[in-house]
Design a protein around this ligand. Structure first.
Ligand code: GLY
Length: 314
């Protein structure tokens, strides 16, 4: 089987480089997607994933991640505060516990029990300054649970008429990685700090199996990124894979789950959502609600950033 790795956003190239170094040595798709997510988690220039990403309203990071090979092989963590590499904790949940998801203090404590070292300063000085500036500018946010910080949709991903901007400054943006290895085994991973300045305790789509990520070895896989609350009422990645199980092409499955968002929500200009769909034979597609999304694709013949096939609300 020809290996392939697909990752979300312009920072997907960071994930793909790490994942491909595993796949090209005949490594497993599970190791590849974990390596891909870890590379983005470690990169302080990506402010929506891992180290130095955007905190919750209290100024503390709260990280979510999931990893999946099949319905019986999946793991997730939510609201992790002391560890950067949440994708590796998710994998340990999958491989070392009878559970699928651990959350909050329990997830951090589990990571420590498995030998991971907590990180004293998850935020870093630059992000701490950004948070303080945000807090000063939005005093109304602190005590109002109904307050919703609504950054612009992710058009800043691109410079006008050009390729991806150098600064990865996209809110809500999960790194989602899907891969097939040379044995034909598929895996997926996603990792995020979630909605910027969210209410403490908010958990999004990314760590919830069937919402931010779904993989079925007999059918295919899907990963979502963007405004997680849109995904969570529709189980979008499970839906996409189920559509493919019933015969839809990857393109039609991606479009249909986004059309469901258009049909079921009062979408605001800041809402952005994108999905990548992949069949077990390596056919894939991607679609998004609004311009600004791109996918990193790497195969033995190709290593590039590519546009979605469909932008529903262009
Ligand atoms: N899609 C990431 C989140 O909403 O948390």
């Amino acid at each position: 089987m020809t290996p392939i790795v697909l990752s979300t956003w312009s920072f997907g190239s960071i994930a793909n480089n790490a994942a491909w170094s595993v796949l090209r040595e005949q490594g497993s798709s599970l190791d590849a997607v974990e390596a891909g997510a870890r590379a983005v988690e470690a990169d302080p220039t990506v402010n929506s994933v891992g180290y130095a990403s955007t905190p919750d309203r209290s100024g503390r990071l709260s990280l979510d991640a999931s990893i999946m090979q099949s319905p019986s092989q999946c793991g997730a963590v939510a609201a992790v505060r002391r560890h950067v590499h949440v994708i590796s904790i998710a994998r340990m949940v999958m491989e070392r516990t009878p559970h699928v998801m651990l959350a909050g203090e329990g997830a951090d404590a589990f990571a420590e029990s498995q030998g991971m070292t907590p990180v004293a300063d998850m935020l870093g000085d630059d992000m701490r300054r950004k948070y303080e500036a945000w807090r000063t500018a939005h005093p109304e946010a602190i005590n109002d649970p109904g307050y919703a910080y609504r950054p612009k949709a992710n058009r800043e991903e691109r410079t006008p008429g050009g390729r991806a901007a150098a600064v990865h400054d996209q809110p809500d943006d999960t790194v989602g990685v899907l891969a097939i290895d040379h044995r034909g085994v598929m895996a997926g991973a996603c990792s995020t700090s979630g909605w910027p300045y969210k209410l403490p305790g908010r958990v999004g789509d990314s760590p919830t199996i069937g919402h931010g990520l779904y993989v079925h070895p007999k059918v295919g896989a899907a990963v979502a990124t963007g405004s997680g609350e849109l995904v969570m009422g529709l189980c979008s990645t499970f839906h996409a894979v189920d559509l493919m199980r019933r015969g839809a092409s990857p393109a039609d499955a991606a479009i249909e789950v986004l059309q469901q968002m258009v049909d079921n929500y009062d979408l605001k200009p800041q809402h952005q959502l994108a999905v990548i769909t992949l069949t077990k034979t390596g056919e894939w597609s991607t679609a998004c609600l609004r311009p600004g999304f791109s996918v990193a694709v790497t195969t033995p013949d190709r290593n590039e950033q590519t546009d979605p096939t469909t932008v529903l609300l262009a």
